[in-house]
Design a protein around this ligand. Structure first.
Ligand SMILES: C[S@@+](CC[C@H](N)C(=O)[O-])C[C@H]1O[C@@H](n2cnc3c(N)ncnc32)[C@H](O)[C@@H]1O
Length: 222
């Protein structure tokens, strides 16, 4: 049972079997393809994924960008990714066990990224507005943010009733939070639908969106 917003223990326990779930692999591939189509990653880009887990999305994106920082709070999820990196010979991914929502002395505070993305992680972070502000500060001018997550759901998606999560996101509310963080929404699309037996034992559809947003230039008063 997970009754705090710090989910590292839960994901540490799940890490070794994470990739065995076909829906997880399918949604991650769907997210990767949707990001590639919406953003067109380039070999000049420094990219960051927060909540990278075992790297199901980032292993697809890495070959398309210059450098990729894969960040997660679960050492065991990162260990699975590190093993994949070693086997694949990919050399442009660096992994980091960092909580970007709380870390103040992180090396990432000094770095800027042309692309920041995540998949199914935002709903695990308590203060969405504060987190989007800190992510926006790490984007380079005109940098792109791409977030995939659940649309507003019935609260039955996660198996553990005590797990602290947001029950997905209302698109308008999330767009307003992105605007408040200095980001201009450029697209919002449904990219995948989980058909999942929920906590009530009913097979229900849970759509996943991808929102992309660009950092807006500060208005300079003359
Ligand atoms: C639902 S999993 C998704 C993993 C991966 N993106 C995928 O699609 O397979 C959420 C991931 O976010 C990580 N996470 C949760 N809170 C985090 C935070 N504050 N900062 C970074 N990672 C976090 C968890 O450890 C976990 O690996």
């Amino acid at each position: 049972m997970t009754d705090t917003w710090n989910s590292a223990d839960k994901f540490n326990r799940e890490a070794s079997q994470w990739d065995e779930n076909p829906q997880r692999r399918a949604v991650a591939l769907g997210v990767a393809h949707a990001i590639i189509a919406a953003v067109t990653p380039k070999k000049t880009m420094r990219a960051l994924e927060f909540g990278c887990g075992t790297g199901l999305v980032s292993m697809e994106i890495a070959p398309l960008v210059k450098r990729l920082s894969a960040v997660d709070t679960s050492p065991e999820m990162l260990a699975v990714l590190q093993a994949k990196i070693s086997r694949s010979g990919i050399t442009n991914i660096e992994t980091s066990c960092t909580n970007l929502s709380t870390s103040t002395e992180s090396a990432f505070n000094e770095q800027q990224f042309e692309l920041i993305y995540s998949s199914m992680t935002l709903h695990h972070i308590d203060d969405t507005a504060a987190f989007l502000n800190s992510i926006s500060a790490r984007l380079s001018p005109r940098g792109i943010l791409a977030l995939a997550d659940l649309d507003l759901e019935d609260g039955l998606f996660h198996d553990d009733p005590l797990e602290k999560v947001h029950y997905g996101f209302d698109r308008r509310e999330l767009a307003a939070l992105l605007n408040g963080a200095g980001l201009q929404v450029t697209s919002f699309e449904t990219i995948y639908t989980f058909n999942k037996t929920n906590r009530a034992g009913i097979i229900a559809p849970y759509p996943v969106f991808l929102v992309t947003a660009t950092k807006t230039q500060p208005i300079i008063q003359k």
